[in-house]
Design a protein around this ligand. Structure first.
Ligand SMILES: Cc1cc2nc3c(=O)[nH]c(=O)nc-3n(C[C@H](O)[C@H](O)[C@H](O)COP(=O)(O)OP(=O)(O)OC[C@H]3O[C@@H](n4cnc5c(N)ncnc54)[C@H](O)[C@@H]3O)c2cc1C
Length: 383
């Protein structure tokens, strides 16, 4: 079921494909090996309107449909996984700010976020963790004090602000906006003072050394009595709502792994022509069919599902997409022979990116579905 896109959406999708092919892909391995996000990429993405996809036109965004955004994410992920992943964090956080009632904050930051003149990080995955919260928010006079460590904040340095989730004493969740440096947003702090003039402390770790997405500048952010004024409050939620949203959005994070699979297919296609080995042709054909089947199944589900989602079905589909990204990348490695192991070869990068997609936005259900799909292929082999 092919979605109908508006003229604006079609134009942005086309631009994303062009950027992916001509800006991202040619330097994807170099970008992946860089020590921080590729700022040239982010400039190009901002200029092409890719920063404001999820923002209302009122703020300078393009407010395109989620299906059109998926096409763009898939195209960008097929060019450069780390650039696309880092951009996606910005989309999520910008939308959370736009959906809030923090009017002064919205007027101050959204026009810049929409154009990619600045970027915003997001950190809330830790709220899924069971047990003692890793980051707490305590209500105080005029706002909240944050204490603890946010374990994953992607884009530190490129992004000069963060939407951060923490747990309140009554176990509800709270989402707040914080700047990397208050001085950069002086107008938002003009009329605000911290209780006892104590603003607390926010200390970012060095970027975490990572096997995949290393160039995403992902840090741990440790906050000690860090004061956030009430006017930077975005919204409240709770664990049950988060779990419900996760269940309603199981297929959300499938666009990037489909893009990863598409990139592996391109590698296989190139090799099929160059090496002319029947096994490579066959692998390319079978994996292409699987890519088309899964993409159609995901789109069909996203367009038809009612309030009553079939959780088992969508979890199985998410796992199939994760496995396709891995199979595609591993096939590209095998077909590339020893060269695949070179850090300048796309196949090894795609394989590491595929690994990342098996843990991104992971819930307990998604982990179970992934493990079940993986062990199911073992069972089939054993029969
Ligand atoms: C490179 C990188 C960058 C990232 N960047 C960001 C970012 O910018 N912002 C952000 O918010 N997140 C980010 N993440 C987090 C990412 O989206 C996933 O949430 C994360 O990879 C999951 O790993 P975890 O160790 O945090 O798992 P956990 O969240 O600890 O566990 C995964 C799931 O399993 C469940 N679970 C674990 N143990 C148990 C148990 N004993 N009983 C029941 N359930 C259990 C958890 O509740 C959770 O639902 C990043 C991750 C990586 C690897």
């Amino acid at each position: 079921m092919k979605p109908d896109f508006t003229e604006t959406e079609t134009c942005l999708i086309e631009k994303a494909k062009q950027i992916s092919a001509y800006v991202l892909t040619p330097v994807a391995e170099a970008t992946d090996r860089g020590s921080r996000p590729n700022s040239t990429h982010f400039r190009a993405l901002g200029e092409a309107g890719m920063a404001g996809l999820s923002l209302p036109t009122l703020w300078g965004g393009s407010d395109i449909s989620s299906l059109a955004q998926r096409e763009i994410i898939e195209a960008l992920a097929s060019g450069c996984g780390v650039t696309c992943f880092t951009l996606m964090q910005h989309h999520g956080s910008s939308r959370m700010i736009a959906n809030s009632k923090a009017e002064a904050l919205k007027a101050c930051v959204l026009p810049y976020l929409a154009k990619g003149n600045s970027y915003c990080a997001v950190s809330f995955a830790h709220l899924r963790r069971p047990g003692k919260p890793v980051l707490t928010a305590t209500p105080v006079d005029g706002g909240y004090r944050l204490s603890g460590t946010a374990p994953w904040v992607t884009g530190w340095g490129l992004m000069n602000q963060v939407v951060i989730g923490a747990e309140l004493p009554d176990a509800r969740h709270i989402y707040l906006w914080i700047p990397q440096d208050r001085e950069d947003f002086a107008e938002l702090f003009d009329d605000v003072s911290a209780p006892e003039q104590n603003w607390g402390e926010a200390i970012a770790s060095d970027p975490l050394p990572l096997c995949a997405m290393n160039a995403s500048s992902t840090v741990e952010l440790t906050l000690t009595d860090y004061f956030v004024p009430e006017i930077h409050f975005l919204h409240h939620s709770d664990r049950e709502t988060m779990q419900r949203n996760d269940r309603n959005n199981v297929l959300g994070p499938t666009a990037a792994p489909l893009g990863c699979a598409l990139a592996s297919l391109r590698v296989l296609d190139g090799l099929a022509e160059k090496r002319n080995l029947p096994a490579i042709h066959e692998s390319f054909g079978l994996l292409s069919e699987e890519y088309s089947r899964l993409k159609s199944a995901v789109l069909e589900d996203l367009q038809t599902s009612s309030d009553n989602i079939n959780l088992e079905k969508v979890l199985a589909l998410r796992a199939e997409v994760i496995l396709l990204a891995q199979r595609g990348a591993l096939s590209a490695c095998a077909a590339s022979s020893g060269a695949a192991n070179s850090l300048s070869h796309p196949s090894q990068r795609l394989l590491r990116e595929a690994m990342f997609y098996s843990v991104q936005a992971q819930t307990q259900d998604v982990m179970s579905a992934t493990l079940s799909a993986l062990s199911c292929s073992v069972t089939k082999t054993a029969e």
